[in-house]
Design a protein around this ligand. Structure first.
Ligand code: SAM
Length: 273
């Protein structure tokens, strides 16, 4: 059975409403193929019923989102940003506070939040201090979150990790993978949450000092981008920093953000309204 363009449009609208993702032609083609395969295997028997479950059934929706989300990521991606966090932002935060909370919004398979954890551990070691560091990491893809929790990575993911840090924070597995050590894992909590969903974003808990939301806003249309940015800024402390991907911008989208130019990286600081 073929999935008609009308049914695909219906599905695209639900995905936009629930995840903020604006599907391109190629995404719709992927969903079409996924559904036609599922129908052929007898996993989807009544397409209309299946579509109506997408409004309420997160398991079916999450499987569809896994088909279209692009999980590309790696450790120490956009190195300049991590250098600023290591050299300027964390040392200052550690001097001022006993507890520091960091956030990887749209964390994919975990490389970004684990990089934050490694950087935090390194800064604490250099400063000879021990602070309460909490890292929250969320994604909309269950598959990505499962891989993140497993914490095993291939050569591609770890290629930018400096050799001394690779030795210190990873264990080589018998099948040639790199497993992140418990010490790093213990700092990160993974959650299946959408950055465009207000109810989900209320579950972030206490406000964060640094938020990374990188290489995901590019998949959203302007209203969804604005919504995600507002929800992220809602969870950011005044004086806290937001890092976006290099081709993303928050300009003109949220009022209480000020652009800060660091050497080799830009960030946004939350200011009083
Ligand atoms: C290209 S990856 C970026 C990963 C990481 N932030 C980085 O820059 O390396 C984009 C991630 O955004 C996730 N994503 C897409 N829409 C989302 C949403 N509404 N809420 C949370 N995560 C989302 C995807 O599942 C995917 O893992």
């Amino acid at each position: 059975m073929k999935v008609s363009p009308e049914k695909l449009e219906q599905i695209a609208k639900i995905i936009y409403k629930r995840a903020g993702l604006f599907l391109q032609r190629r995404d719709k083609d992927k969903i079409k193929k996924f559904l036609e395969d599922s129908i052929a295997k007898g996993l989807v028997k009544d397409l209309d019923r299946y579509i109506s479950t997408l409004e309420t059934n997160t398991s079916n929706l999450n499987k569809l989102l896994d088909v279209v989300t692009i999980n590309e990521t790696f450790f120490f991606r956009h190195q300049g940003q991590f250098r600023i966090i290591e050299k300027e932002i964390l040392p200052k935060l550690f001097k001022e506070k006993t507890s520091v909370k960091l956030w990887s919004a749209a964390c994919s398979t975990g490389e970004e939040p684990y990089t934050l954890a490694i950087v935090a551990l390194e800064v604490m070691e250099k400063m000879k201090i021990k602070k309460n560091v909490q890292i929250i990491a969320n994604d909309i893809s269950q598959e990505a979150i499962n891989k993140a929790i497993k914490g095993e990575y291939n050569d591609y993911s770890i290629r930018m990790v400096p050799p001394e840090l690779l030795k210190k924070y990873f264990v080589k597995t018998p099948d040639g993978k790199y497993r992140i050590k418990e010490q790093v894992k213990a700092l990160v909590k993974f959650r299946l949450l959408s950055i465009t969903d207000e109810r989900h974003m209320k579950q972030i808990g206490n406000k964060v000092d640094i938020a990374m939301c990188r290489n995901v806003l590019i998949y959203f249309d302007p209203p969804a981008r604005k919504k995600a940015l507002e929800l992220i800024v809602m969870n950011l402390n005044v004086g806290g920093y937001l890092f976006l991907g290099p081709s993303e911008s928050a300009r003109g989208m949220v009022k209480n953000l000020k652009l800060v130019l660091f050497p080799g990286a830009i960030a946004y600081m939350k200011v009083e309204q």
